[in-house]
Design a protein around this ligand. Structure first.
Ligand code: F3S
Length: 755
């Protein structure tokens, strides 16, 4: 099931010559990120030195991974591409569609019944097209990828923004939309703007309560949710080599929360240990042979300020644990300050739930360190104050942690062991009482904490921290509790203090598993029937989108002017909507229902320009579509940040929105809009956002001569009869303009497959 070693050796054979050629071309030593990028060029050897942050480059990734929620649309699209088999090794992981409620023993069979149709579709389409299939309960995609598929120096893409997790094993792993995955599986190049590079030098050594999670929580505080946009973050230094491989995965994982293209670490002994522990000694041996190519050149790390676009230095010896939140992962508070910051902001201090898990922090090391805190609570006669839930990252981690007594320790503290799946992290949490929408606080070890994400309650204040701090705070039941300095009162009335966590980087007795949950595809899938019922409410075969009509877009209605944060969760909410991810028309009923209407500050309540009445966004857009009218969405900064889901682009496309005009885009979402044949535009002058009025009718001019680097013009027809023009930018290159003209990238792939 693991990566084919012969294939990896082939990849490694390219490293020497291609890196040498690239070094000559750019005329200086290379960072690790550049080495991986230049060895994965679609055309083989580099013929030019690429300009970071400017040039679009075609790459040849080694692998594609998809999770169940995004795989549905990716594979429905792939089926439309007309190819018999995937062109690169690919895998599907069933982890998002499993509700956490009563614990794995009840929840997993329930999910297998509830989502049977989807899992059967994914299993059959995987079988047919040569894709590895990981059943529900096998684990969270990124943990399973790290354990089985990631390899140092490799490049992969995945239909999930936390694909970046594989940087922990020295990959350049990038989250994409299903349309990109579809391209690569169809054997086409994958295009990316050559990233900028942020270097993070880690010195010193983690100690006490501080863990790898705190590195990225601190970095998120420094760089904010936008600071990594368009960049690869490369970590190096003694501090980097001193931490575990899965800890590196945690840091890379949350690179998604700073908007980074991806993050990575150079190959080192921690990666070698992890590869050997996960039965991949052959990969470790192969990597050892080309070690020097699997990390940045020594000159780069000696004078990093000369080679990176931005440099940050963190001394791990001085780093303190962080708690980030609420409602955004970049609001970083050192644990020593949380009591006063929470009080000053009026955040509810009583903690109702502590949750450990997610792709960010569900490794064996994470569970063992958190279990050491749980064990102390038992030994010191403390009663846990908050409810406590655990999602192991994979069946291999769960089986091993169970064998070693870690899960038993959590259970002794009344924890619920949920399925090896995303669960509360993706809003698949049937939390008792959430519907009452009471103000409350939870702490978790996940990566995201946007409003409503975990339990659908907008009044849940969610804080992100490390698993060991989650355990300590859950025991105390108090957000302001600082385990480094504070004591707790035990059942005998004594004051007791928790000792710093202890844990094992890797299981002392090795990993073990009985049934990993893997299903290999058929050697010849040509006779396999893909299962999609025409009456399904959850799966719908796709029809191609219409090509551009060849004219400027005139008379567009303003659908919504979104105010403030508008993530892909706001555009296409997860939680209960996840079950419609394979049915474009049904899921379109959630389009933009989380976006805040600038004009009344309400969600899902906008003016219908045809009737003058206010109503939900999807129904209003359906009314425009029925009337044959196009519309435009206006957005604020970093529009579409968050996940890679292309539904956030496909839904507006399906319902007849023609353009999205914003102050700035998150990278993946902008690309997704382009792939679907939508217009993604940005204000030249951001203040022009204020010129857009609620009753405006808008024309987009310049499309008949749509050209790279040439702005377009918008004409705003105001209700008082006046009109004004504004200039808008776009970042379409020639190929992307072709996508727009054809009505979407897939229309071009199908045309080529048929030719
Ligand atoms: Fe799943 Fe949450 Fe990771 S949804 S893939 S555990 S970010």
């Amino acid at each position: 099931m693991a990566f084919d070693i012969e294939m990896i050796k082939k990849v490694y054979a390219n490293f020497g010559p291609r890196i040498e050629a690239a070094r000559k071309l750019v005329g200086r030593p290379l960072t690790l990120s550049e080495k991986i990028l230049y060895t994965h060029l679609w055309d083989g050897n580099a013929s030019t030195a690429y300009s970071r942050g400017t040039d679009y480059v075609d790459f040849a990734p080694d692998r594609v991974a998809m999770q169940d929620a995004t795989a549905q649309m990716a594979l429905l699209q792939f089926m439309q591409a007309g190819r018999p088999k995937v062109a690169v090794p690919s895998s599907v992981h069933c982890d998002h569609l499993i509700t956490a409620k009563n614990g794995a023993e009840i929840d997993l069979p329930a999910a297998n019944t509830e989502s049977k149709e989807v899992f059967d579709f994914l299993a059959s389409v995987s079988d047919k097209y040569g894709i590895g299939f990981w059943k529900p309960g096998a684990g969270i995609i990124h943990q399973v990828v790290l354990e089985n598929y990631a390899f140092p120096g490799g490049m992969m893409i995945g239909t999930d923004s936390h694909t970046v997790n594989a940087g922990g094993l020295g990959m350049v792993a990038i989250g994409v939309g299903g349309a990109d995955a579809c391209d690569v599986m169809a054997g086409l190049p994958w295009e990316l703007k050559f990233p900028k590079l942020i270097g993070i030098k880690l010195t010193g050594k983690l100690n006490g309560w501080t863990s790898p999670k705190d590195v990225i929580l601190k970095v998120a505080g420094i760089l904010t949710v936008k600071g990594g946009t368009g960049a690869i973050v490369e970590y190096f230094g003694d501090g980097a080599t001193g931490m575990s491989c899965t800890g590196k995965g945690t840091i890379c994982n949350m690179g998604a929360e700073i908007g980074a293209t991806t993050s990575t670490f150079g190959y080192d002994e921690s990666m070698e240990r992890y590869l050997r522990a996960t039965n991949r000694a052959d990969i470790a041996d192969a990597a050892n042979e080309i070690k020097a190519h699997l990390t940045g050149d020594a000159e780069v790390y000696a004078e990093p300020e000369k080679y990176f676009d931005q440099l940050i230095e963190i001394n791990l010896s001085e780093l303190e644990p962080y708690i980030n939140g609420p409602f955004t992962p970049d609001l970083a508070t050192p644990i020593s300050k949380m009591k006063e910051v929470a009080a000053a902001n009026g955040w509810p201090s009583k903690v109702e739930w502590g949750l450990i898990g997610s792709c960010t922090n569900s490794s064996y090391e994470d569970l063992s360190r958190a279990a050491s805190i749980a064990q102390q609570a038992i030994d010191k006669d403390l009663t846990i104050k908050a409810e406590f839930g655990i999602n192991p990252g994979s069946e291999q981690v769960r089986y091993t942690a169970h064998r070693d007594g870690l899960l038993g320790t959590f259970e002794d503290l009344n924890a619920t062991i949920f399925t090896n799946a995303c669960g509360p992290c993706i809003g698949m949490w049937d939390r008792v009482g959430a519907e009452k929408q009471e103000r409350n606080t939870i702490v978790h070890s996940f990566n995201r904490n946007f409003a409503k994400r975990a339990d659908g309650n907008p009044n849940t204040f969610a804080f992100v921290t490390s698993p060991e701090v989650v355990a300590a705070i859950a025991i105390a039941g108090d957000l302001g509790f600082n385990p480094l300095t504070d004591t707790l009162t035990n059942n005998k009335g004594e004051q007791v203090k928790l000792d710093p966590p202890k844990g094992d980087e890797l299981p002392v007795n090795g990993y073990a598993v009985e049934d990993s949950g893997y299903q290999a595809p058929a050697a010849d899938g040509s006779g396999v029937q893909v299962l999609v019922s025409p009456t399904s409410s959850r799966l719908q075969l796709l029809d191609p989108f219409a090509a551009w009509e060849g004219t400027d877009l005139m008379g567009l209605k303003l659908l919504i002017k979104a105010k403030g944060k508008c993530t892909t969760d706001h555009i296409s909410m997860a939680g209960p909507w996840l079950k419609f991810r394979g049915h474009l028309d049904n899921i379109s009923n959630n389009m933009l229902i989380g976006a805040v209407n600038f004009y009344n500050e309400k969600t899902d309540f906008i003016k219908n320009a045809l009737t003058g009445e206010y109503g939900p966004v999807p129904a209003t857009q359906r009314a425009y579509k029925a009337a044959g009218l196009g519309s435009i969405v206006i957005g604020d900064e970093n529009y579409g940040e968050g996940s890679s889901r292309e539904h956030a682009a496909m839904e507006p496309r399906h319902l007849g929105v023609r353009a999205v005009l914003v102050k700035s885009f998150a990278r993946i979402h902008e690309t997704n809009l382009k792939k679907q044949g939508m217009l993604g535009l940005t204000f030249v002058n951001k203040d022009d956002y204020d010129r857009i009025l609620e009753d405006d009718v808008i024309d987009i001019i310049g499309l008949t001569t749509f050209t790279p680097n040439v702005p377009l013009t918008l004409v705003l027809h105001h209700a008082d009869g006046t009109k004004e023009e504004i200039t808008v930018n776009h970042s379409y290159n020639d190929q992307q303009i072709e996508w727009f003209r054809a009505g979407g990238a897939l229309n071009i792939i199908r045309r080529e497959a048929a030719a």
